[in-house]
Design a protein around this ligand. Structure first.
Ligand code: FE
Length: 160
């Protein structure tokens, strides 16, 4: 019987570490902006909820900010925090809006993402924890970084 319980508990531990859900839930409690799932769902709508709160990805070349060249600041669609400046936006050819830098270290945080069998670096809003996209090391100078971001995670405030 004891051996059986051991096997069961090992199985459950394996399950939770595979999905990563327990870690994610833990992080979300720590973000300054807190809303219930029902509030997020109502405020964001289906597409933005799927990307920001469920770590989804919009289809390439479908987002409103992919081919977008106005001057201003891109903010979090979940909570309004400034995230990226148009000055650091570049055409990566990937089909997603891409930036080589962030507005500040507090506003955009990095998380390890082990989904899809690899290790990528996820980027999330530092205020609400919303999923923005991923950062890669193949960007242009001066940082060499490429923040690959979902349009639906962003809003835009045009420079006056
Ligand atoms: Fe946010």
């Amino acid at each position: 019987m004891q051996r059986f319980l051991l096997i069961i508990s090992a199985f459950i531990t394996g399950l939770t570490s595979c999905t990563g859900q327990s870690g994610r839930a833990q992080q979300e409690r720590d973000f300054p902006v807190q809303k219930t799932e029902a509030e997020w769902r109502a405020e964001l709508g289906d597409k933005a909820y799927y990307v920001l709160r469920e770590e989804g990805t919009e289809r390439a070349f479908t987002g409103k900010y992919n081919d977008f060249k106005k001057e201003g600041v891109f903010t979090c669609a979940g909570c309004g925090t400034p995230l990226f400046s148009s000055e650091t936006k570049f055409d990566s050819g990937t089909g997603w809006p891409s930036f080589y830098d962030i507005v500040s270290d507090e506003n955009v945080l990095e998380e390890e993402d082990r989904s899809f069998g690899g290790v990528r670096t996820e980027v999330v809003c530092g205020q609400c924890g919303g999923h923005l996209g991923h950062v890669f090391n193949d960007g242009p100078r001066p940082t060499g970084l490429r923040y690959c971001i979902n349009s639906v995670s962003l809003n835009f405030e045009e420079k006056e």
